[in-house]
Design a protein around this ligand. Structure first.
Ligand code: ADP
Length: 547
């Protein structure tokens, strides 16, 4: 017997139709590349998304054709999110921080047919366009009068002129919810990047899941600031969850420095913000230097890499802002876990609660997870046993674009496919997962594992440390020994011996790094994560003390 409910495909166009009908006048605020603050509404975004759909028709782009974007977080990018996917094309968000050659590779691999870019990326587009023969239409996200006379890019259109010439009357097509809606390439620290292709169905299920109270907890009463870029895993899906709940959205554009982000949070009465730890480091630095506080911010989602305890403490104790530590991956749309406490943890003393907050958290309904040893045997959820973290669920990748890399899944006895995350983790009895390391970053010393995250977190708690990266160095006896590479905060001092002494009593003696290397900067990747491979290359001539 079948259920007798209406069978309606889960499509991204449903989201913008809903936001238009039910949250028409709710504001969308953007700091633009031009530098000014722009205000619009969900109603306007919906109308302009319909223009985008008509304008794509006028370029004769087919169903399933890829439309690339090279853009910061802003209202035009939001219109493309809905106009491109809603009309059945596939939105391909490109990371402008990638090396131009890598960008060219990705555009060609994805077969992008059109590419929309912010004017700040004009020089980049001028440098790469000739190497992307498949891109037939180049569209600059600006007014017609802002387009320079001779850019050298044949047929370059201005977005405003392009959509201005189209009507906002459009009927969103209905199609199979499993059709591709958007795609994003992994940053590919080894080998070529691989494409994760999201579907309408996976995106909508993720939008519901992410908005749940124990996940990101999005509500129509919120003003949400996604600092996490719209070019990285769809800004953690926030634009979609925002449309589902009808909250105000605030976009930072290219200005991600502490002062600009702080001004936007205060000026727009932001209640929730989301981003990677490096961005919050800049924000906290600005606030501490200027002695300012938040008046509306209630919570901040921090993920993408481990959130140092000092950061959780600063937000919580100094500013009264709840930190939601979250974990996910490009291959997971990206949300996997969020660290929201259960009643049992809320009742814990402050230091115990802090230990829980440091964990990456509980799985959002829709994501199942388990930890396994090298034989694939499931490990207990006791908070101590660790293993490779595997996940499955309807918004988790089944295969990469064009089948690259073969079948990525591992199969259990029942034949169910699990995606190996490449992370090593523990899970406690209450289901809180904690990443101990990425499997490639873990340090193996004398047959035991040392968590680079633990070593970094301790260094980061020292008042003179701005950033710390722990890496393993080859050792003839122990296989590997950890060292910690440190960037000092401006105007502060700490010596090697003082920092090593700081580890005493905080971790086992054999886990204390063998050395401290002070550097001016730690290389960061295109998504703001520390690039340990590059760091290792930079330290090629380094020798451990005593060797
Ligand atoms: P990449 O940077 O490799 O393209 P993603 O942006 O998809 O990949 O990042 C996924 C990886 O980032 C995870 O597998 C994990 O190693 C790391 N990560 C994400 N969130 C956290 C977190 N809260 N704590 C620790 N590591 C995290």
């Amino acid at each position: 017997m079948l259920g007798q409910m209406q069978s309606q495909p889960l499509l991204i166009s449903n989201l913008i139709v809903h936001a238009d009908r039910h949250h028409h006048s709710t504001e969308i605020v953007s700091r633009r590349v031009e530098g000014d603050i722009h205000r619009t509404t969900w109603g306007q975004v919906a109308a302009r998304a319909r223009r985008v759909a008509n304008a794509l028709d006028s370029l004769h782009l087919s169903f399933g054709d890829r439309v690339g974007t090279l853009a910061w977080n802003g209202y035009r990018h939001l219109e493309l999110y809905f106009g491109v996917s809603g009309s059945g094309r596939v939105l391909h968000t490109l990371n402008p921080r990638l090396h131009p050659e890598q960008l060219v590779w990705i555009v060609n691999h994805a077969d992008d047919r059109a590419l929309c870019f912010d004017m700040s990326f004009l020089p980049l587009v001028q440098a790469v366009h000739a190497k992307c023969p498949g891109v037939k239409h180049w569209i600059a996200l600006c007014d017609a009068d802002k387009l320079p006379a001779d850019t050298g890019i044949p047929g370059l259109l201005s977005y405003e002129a392009w959509i201005g010439g189209a009507t906002d009357t459009y009927t969103w097509p209905e199609f199979d919810e499993n059709c591709a809606s958007s795609m994003c390439y992994t940053s590919g620290t080894t080998g070529n990047p691989k494409g994760a292709v999201y579907s309408h169905r996976s995106t909508l299920l993720h939008a519901y899941g992410a908005a749940l109270p124990d996940a990101l907890g999005c509500s129509a009463r919120d003003a949400i600031l996604p600092v996490v870029p719209m070019f990285h895993v769809n800004a953690w899906g926030l634009p979609y969850s925002a449309a589902a709940v009808g909250c105000k959205l605030v976009f930072p554009g290219p200005a991600l420095d502490g002062k600009s982000v702080y001004e936007l949070i205060e000026g727009e009465q932001v209640t929730m913000a989301a981003g990677v730890p490096t961005v919050w480091q800049m924000l906290l630095g600005h606030m501490q230097q200027n002695g300012v506080k938040f008046s509306t911010l209630k919570r901040t989602v921090i993920g993408g890499s481990a959130c140092p305890p000092a950061m959780i403490a600063a937000f919580n104790d100094q500013y009264g802002v709840e930190v939601l530590h979250a974990w996910g991956m490009t291959e997971m749309s990206p949300l996997g876990t969020v660290c929201t406490l259960k009643n049992a943890q809320v009742a814990l003393p402050a230091d115990e609660k802090m230990k829980v907050r440091l964990k990456q958290g509980r799985s959002v309904f829709g994501v199942d997870m388990k930890i396994v040893n090298e034989l694939g045997e499931e490990q207990p959820w006791d908070g101590k046993a660790y293993g490779d973290l595997l996940v499955r669920g309807p918004w988790i990748i089944a295969s990469y674009f064009k089948g690259e890399g073969g079948d990525p899944l591992q199969y259990d006895a029942a034949g169910r496919g699990w995606f190996p995350t490449g992370d090593v983790a523990t899970i406690d009895a209450d289901g809180f997962m904690q990443i101990t390391d990425r499997s490639k970053d873990v340090i193996k010393s004398g047959g035991e594992w040392i968590s680079s995250i633990d070593v970094e977190n301790i260094a980061m708690a020292h008042p003179a440390v701005a950033m710390a990266a722990c890496i393993g160095m080859k050792h003839p006896k122990w296989d590997e020994r950890p060292i910690v590479v440190v960037v000092k905060k401006p105007g502060t001092e700490v010596t090697r011996d003082e920092l090593l002494a700081f580890y005493e009593g905080k971790i086992a003696k054999w886990q204390v790094p063998d050395d401290v290397v002070f550097v001016d900067a730690i290389p960061l990747g295109a998504t703001g994560k520390m690039q340990k491979m590059t760091l290792r290359q930079q330290l090629a001539g380094y020798k451990l003390p005593g060797l």
